[in-house]
Design a protein around this ligand. Structure first.
Ligand SMILES: [Zn+2]
Length: 126
């Protein structure tokens, strides 16, 4: 059987938001919060060939940096709070925002990379 029909397209929403395998949509991509599994539990897809490396970290730093620096500048220009208020607002944001978006961005890069390589990956696994 052709793998094109064996593995129907998984929606990007299911793969990215839920952290599921981009090929089968059943197996979890992550072992703990952010550590990528070696193989998918559902379809035995090796995640070594689609690991995005530090690509997601770059986008997290970029997005969080723009948000925090921009937010701090806007707050300072319009409200001018004391530096303690800035520290209370922006220090937790530096830790929470990356935790919120890192997993989704990493999943999005994995989904994109799998979408590009899927014909090659699926043809080599028979
Ligand atoms: Zn899978």
């Amino acid at each position: 059987m052709n793998n094109k029909y064996k593995y129907p397209n998984v929606s990007i929403r299911k793969s990215v938001l839920r952290g599921k395998c981009p090929r089968c949509g059943i197996g979890a991509l992550y072992r703990n919060f952010i550590i990528l599994k070696d193989y998918c539990d559902g379809c035995k897809l090796s995640n070594r060939s689609i690991d995005p490396g530090d690509g997601a970290s770059f986008f997290v730093i970029l997005i969080v940096g723009i948000f925090i620096v921009g937010g701090a500048l806007l707050l300072e220009v319009f409200i001018r709070p004391s530096y303690y208020i800035h520290a209370i607002i922006w220090t937790p944001m530096c830790f929470l925002l990356p935790l919120l978006i890192l997993r989704q961005l990493k999943s999005a890069l994995i989904y994109r990379e799998y979408s590009i390589k899927k014909d090659f990956i699926n043809s080599n696994e028979d």
